[in-house]
Ligand binder design. Structure first.
Ligand SMILES: Cc1cc2nc3c(=O)[nH]c(=O)nc-3n(C[C@H](O)[C@H](O)[C@H](O)COP(=O)(O)OP(=O)(O)OC[C@H]3O[C@@H](n4cnc5c(N)ncnc54)[C@H](O)[C@@H]3O)c2cc1C
Length: 264
């Protein structure tokens, strides 16, 4: 199996700051990590390779710093890595990101499976996986929690409201995964040594024959018009319970409140 895994390097989320001018996230000087759900994609890829053979290539669109994330993926057990880096890619929204990744996938053909995380912790839109599948014309399974190969197809089990759905996808296909899919392993010492030595390929827009009118801020229809911290106005009433008597009163009060709100 030839598996491609797009991964995103994201700011470590404990102290996210927004730039009041541009309305976008301040990324300079902030510690970066591999997008947590992409660790589950990588683990799934490695298990499929262990079961069916083949190779895994990790791809990331980002600044040169994103090589750290790619090396971590190699240390976990992936075989090769490509960094898509170019000033024409800066400021890309999900549409421009999906287009740029599509050009990379076209250059990496043939492949059997693309594995994306269901969402990234910074944009948090869950749009890039489906966007990539649409632009490449691939069958898609989102929220995928289980994968098997059956009669040359990808048998994907995905979470839906109230249960599961099982899809049979002809290859090549694209899946986005949720945490239930695997349990990420830690990088091995041998993996870390390999990651240190690996020459990571760097592709520009020109290398991929990408139209720069469709990449970066220029190719992004999204405009951040305003960012603000929403004020959560909690209307509430404190009902104190001291003993059996006040407990009974409290229950009555809560029931009449719920009736008032037509909640019961
Ligand atoms: C106006 C504007 C400016 C922005 N400027 C920047 C910026 O300068 N730098 C920046 O990093 N972000 C920037 N962003 C955010 C960026 O658009 C999104 O983070 C990116 O498009 C991915 O969308 P998402 O985070 O919602 O990913 P999701 O759709 O939630 O991600 C799902 C999956 O898609 C794949 N994926 C997502 N992004 C990448 C990637 N870059 N490389 C490889 N695989 C990927 C991964 O498998 C991931 O698990 C900007 C957004 C806007 C609207």
């Amino acid at each position: 199996m030839r598996i491609i895994i797009p991964i995103k390097q994201v700011p470590e989320t404990s102290n996210v700051k927004m730039d009041p001018e541009t309305g976008t996230m301040v990324r300079e000087g902030v510690e970066s990590i591999i997008n947590p759900l992409d660790l589950y994609s990588i683990e799934l890829g490695i298990r499929l390779k262990e079961q069916y053979g083949g190779e895994i290539i990790v791809v990331s669109m980002g600044p040169p710093k994103a090589q750290e994330a790619l090396r971590e993926a190699i240390a976990m057990g992936c075989d090769d890595a490509v960094l898509l880096t170019d000033r024409f890619f800066a400021g890309a929204d999900t549409f421009a990101t999906s287009y740029t990744l599509t050009k990379a996938m076209e250059k990496l053909k043939p492949f059997d499976l693309i594995i994306c995380g269901e969402r990234a912790t910074d944009g948090d839109t869950a749009q890039v996986g489906p966007g990539l599948a649409a632009l490449l014309g691939l069958p898609l399974s989102t929220f995928t929690s289980r994968i098997e190969l059956e009669d040359g197809c990808i048998k994907a089990t995905r979470l839906i409201e109230g249960g599961y759905e099982v899809l049979s996808l002809p290859t090549p296909a694209l899946v986005t995964v949720v945490k239930e899919i695997s349990d990420p392993r830690l990088p091995t010492l041998r993996g870390k040594q390999k990651a240190k030595k690996l020459e990571i390929k760097k592709w520009t827009a020109q290398d991929m024959e990408a139209d720069t009118a469709k990449t970066g801020l220029k190719g992004s229809p999204t405009r951040v018009v305003k960012t603000f911290n929403p004020k959560v106005a909690r209307e509430g009433k404190l009902i104190e319970v001291k003993d059996e008597k006040t407990l009974a009163q409290a229950v009555d009060e809560i029931i009449s409140l719920l009736k008032e709100k037509a909640a019961i």
